[in-house]
Design a binder for this molecule. Structure first.
Ligand code: NDP
Length: 239
């Protein structure tokens, strides 16, 4: 049974990804930072559904804590499906953006990507099969007012996706990014009301976490072996 790690598995999109990958027969590590209880609930639901899962909680901005956790998690074998999904936003128009807002957002999305992905790469290479899927955002494709920090972090993830895909292509490992639009989770509560969604999204609705999870599952499958280095949008036709 292949091992999958979903960072931010305690969150809205992450929990849907965990459940979907478990249905496809993967052993899923449901990751959380502060929300271990939420991750445990996701893990319990997977097991109740006949799947295989465990919980891990660590702060991906802390390299040492992350390395220690990953060492323990990979004692059972290499992680072959990695979904870098953990992310935060801290919005402000640029003239009013504080250094903390800038650094915090980049720390989670970009340095978190490095802290988790780099130690897992060599063990993945040794197996000659792997899938790395980075969750970015439409904000990195189209830009978004008030999110210079967030779109910079996610845009850097796009470039990292492309370069890493070139390094790993000959080893049977694909690296892709998914750029969701507005997806109905706690993250967008208070940011996008119905009227705004009607105006911004040609399909006139927010996406469902399950729709993002279906795309992740496809990219993680055998069928997607020839797709790598791509930024795939899922946004109801926004761009
Ligand atoms: P949530 O806020 O529901 O979940 C975010 C997850 O990231 C949580 O599990 C949280 O862990 C984890 N996380 C945050 N900071 C850290 C950290 N320092 N270390 C480890 N984990 C951390 O967000 P969504 O499910 O909505 O978003 C998931 C991803 O999708 C994010 O990368 C987001 O940027 C992206 N996205 C979301 C969109 C949307 O409309 N919802 C649109 C486009 C992209 P915990 O809660 O346990 O602390």
């Amino acid at each position: 049974m292949k091992l999958a790690l979903v960072t931010g598995g305690s969150g809205g999109i992450g929990s849907a990804i965990c459940k979907r990958l478990a249905r496809d027969g993967l052993h899923v590590i449901v990751h959380a930072n502060r929300g271990r209880d939420k991750a445990q609930a996701v893990c319990d639901a997977i097991i109740a559904d006949g799947g295989s899962a465990e919980v891990a909680a660590f702060n991906i901005t802390n390299a040492e804590e992350t390395h220690t956790a990953l060492e323990q998690l990979t004692e059972a074998g290499p992680i072959q499906v990695l979904v870098n999904n953990a992310g935060i936003h801290s919005d402000a128009v640029f003239p009013g953006m504080s250094p903390t807002q800038w650094h915090d957002v980049i720390d989670v999305s970009l340095h978190g990507f490095f802290n988790v992905t780099q130690p897992l790469t060599m063990p993945m290479i040794r197996t000659r099969w792997g899938r790395i899927i980075n969750i970015s955002s439409v904000a990195a494709v189209a830009g978004n007012r008030g999110q210079v920090n967030y779109s910079a972090a996610k845009g850097a993830l796009h470039s990292a996706t492309k370069s890493l895909s070139l390094e790993l292509a000959s080893r049977g490992i694909t690296v892709n990014a998914i750029a969701p639009g507005i997806i109905a989770t706690d993250m967008i509560d208070g940011t996008f009301d119905d009227k705004l969604i009607q105006n911004m999204v040609p399909m006139k609705r927010a996406g469902k976490p399950e729709e993002v999870a279906d795309l992740v599952a496809f990219l993680a499958s055998e069928q997607a072996a020839y797709i790598s280095g791509q930024i795939i949008s899922i946004n109801g036709g926004m761009i």
